[in-house]
Write a protein that binds this ligand. Structure first.
Ligand SMILES: [Zn+2]
Length: 100
């Protein structure tokens, strides 16, 4: 993950665009496949099937003050987003292997 060229300003724009709670999107929007910085009008965040460890993460994330990026979610650029969504019924480790 690089995230170079990413600024807090465009990060907040993305958060606003997808209307997800801020605590769920702490990872800069950089494609999980090609490391491309996402533009405001492309790609998005894909949530994959939760593994047992991800369910534990969800429990921790409910606690007040918790900050973090879901381990079962990843950003994808315009080129990889549709394919990633098709694989979202797999767990993230399997899906990313198929996408790469
Ligand atoms: Zn990509």
């Amino acid at each position: 993950m690089k995230g170079i060229g990413f600024t807090q300003k465009n990060f907040l724009q993305k958060v606003k665009k997808w209307e997800k709670p801020l605590y769920l999107i702490m990872k800069p929007p950089v494609c999980g496949i090609c490391d491309k910085d996402l533009e405001a009008d492309e790609g998005g965040l894909v949530y994959f099937k939760r593994r047992p460890s991800d369910l534990k993460w969800d429990e921790r994330a409910k606690q007040p003050g918790f900050v973090g990026h879901p381990p079962y979610a990843e950003w994808f650029c315009g080129r990889h987003y549709e394919r990633a969504k098709e694989l979202s019924d797999l767990t993230i480790d399997i899906a990313l292997n198929k996408l790469k």
